[in-house]
Design a protein around this ligand. Structure first.
Ligand code: G4P
Ligand code: NA
Ligand code: NA
Length: 194
């Protein structure tokens, strides 16, 4: 998505060869027009599929799941994160290991909102290690729902996330794919996107 790549070049802060800060327009302050355009791009890519629900993880996947939900005319659900494993209501849950924070947490969603009739598109802001997305894929499996695809806004292609998802046969599309970066320089993989 060219407009997204341009924005990353202009405003992205490359903090190291691994961490890109996009707080000014994607995941702290949010450019709402860009977020809605991202939703339309997910519709262009996944709109031919019979999606019934979008799934993401709180917090910074929410605005893109909402944008995709608006574009596709379906609801979205965000999985909640918690440290404790004590869960009161009936939920599906999966453990996730955060590599950046070196800690484990649980993601969960209520069993009321996902079931065998659902065909799911997963949306997130970053595809990095893929740990949270693998957790979501586990939850979808547990619910007996079908995972039709994963759409990420920014993929750091030099990390292992895409490989982990593809190993499970998951259809992955990212709108901006970073091949490599160092402060002052960023290289994107050519994408067949708009
Ligand atoms: P993940 O791949 O499962 O997300 O795990 P990882 O430990 O790699 O990443 C931890 C958090 O950092 C995730 O957010 C992820 O989206 C985010 N992240 C990974 N790489 C980058 C990056 O280069 N830049 C920025 N800005 N974020 C990155 P999270 O823990 O799910 O939290 P939230 O921010 O969504 O609340
Ligand atoms: Na996220
Ligand atoms: Na994040």
């Amino acid at each position: 998505m060219k407009v997204l790549e341009e924005r990353i070049r202009q405003e992205g802060l490359i903090l190291s060869d691994k961490v890109l800060k996009v707080d000014s327009f994607l995941n702290h302050q949010v450019d709402t027009e860009l977020a809605l355009a991202i939703g339309q791009e997910f519709k262009r890519i996944f709109g031919h599929l019979p999606i019934t629900k979008i799934l993401t993880v709180e917090a910074s996947g929410i605005q893109f799941a909402m944008a995709a939900g608006i574009a596709l005319g379906v609801p979205f659900i965000y999985a909640k994160k918690r440290k404790a494993v004590t869960l009161s209501e009936a939920v599906y849950s999966a453990p996730v290991h955060s590599f950046t924070r070196q800690e484990d947490y649980q993601i969960s969603i209520s069993q009321k909102y996902l079931g065998p009739a659902d065909k799911v598109l997963v949306v997130d802001d970053f595809l990095a290690t893929g740990a949270a997305l693998v957790g979501l894929a586990d939850i979808i499996e547990e619910a007996g729902a079908e995972l039709l695809g994963v759409g990420c806004v920014i993929e750091k292609s030099f990390q292992e996330g895409r490989g982990l998802l593809e190993q499970r046969g998951i259809n992955v599309h990212s709108l901006a794919r970073i091949a490599s970066m160092v402060p002052g320089e960023i290289h994107f993989i050519d994408n067949d996107s708009t």
